[in-house]
Unconditional design. Sequence first.
Length: 291
Amino acid sequence: MGDLAGKKSLIMNLKDRYAVFGQPIAHSKSPVIHQIFARQTGQSLEYTAQEVPAELFSTAAKIFFSQGGKGLNCTVPLKELAWAFADHKTGRAQLSKAANTLSVQADGSILGDNTDGCGLVRDLIINQAVTLKGTRILILGAGGASRGILAPLLEQSPQSIVIANRTVYKAISLADEFQGKGSITGCGFNDLSHSQFDLILNATSASLSDRLPPLEAGLLAENGICYDLAYGDTPTPFVRWGWENHAFKSLDGLGMLVEQAAEAFFIWRGVRPETRPVIELLNLERRKNQD
Ligand code: NDP
């Protein structure tokens, strides 16, 4: 009996270890998502959530990897620090200047990647059947998330992308960085009058404090789509704004969350999990919590 327990604990210790670091982290759905992916694909791994403040990130990451950790996800407020921590960066991480996925390479070095933009585009195109080619896209916000989604969106050849931000110069300078990759401009919320968009993406963090960026009615074209990168147990103010403005679909970022996790899982394990059942399960749990 003691022998069996010993063997079991040895097997547990042999599991590849992954974690998500962030602050706050208690609300994170990443451990559940990765455990479902692991079951679904027959992979044996451990994935935990660890509260790590920005000032301790580098030390915590070094300890994690020196103790044999295979990969880390990093969330708010650590993505820029994770990018700086990585020895090498993928092209998409380099463009976004933020990393949400770190992996140990064969030579022990750390590769930084950013799967957020790819997660958003996969959710829009594959799960929601949204066409991006030739569309007029408005992105609200010019922070890390906005930076991370720009290149993958531009790759889909939209007609134009406008970035609107509360602090106007940030929107203008972010748009400037991506000049030459497509039609992209930056402005303030007040400069949007008389414009119409087929897709409005809320990449501000306003939803996290239950607020809505200052948006005029009439911004959304007929059959237009609203997508809030934030997600919660109840519809965000921006999702509700979409409904009030007759959006064809008004979605939140739960699908993006699962898709960016699936891309990280693929990077680490070389297997692509099925995302649709996981999104359905999380949506079902959310509906149950609302009842
Ligand atoms: P940042 O802190 O980097 O940027 C925040 C942005 O929001 C800034 O542009 C800021 O404007 C703007 N902002 C904040 N409050 C308001 C407000 N009340 N009204 C108008 N604008 C406001 O955050 P991130 O870019 O990292 O994250 C943005 C959102 O994306 C968050 O809600 C996050 O949860 C979500 N996200 C979701 C993911 C998913 O998988 N679903 C993945 C990544 C992010 P200013 O510059 O003027 O301060």
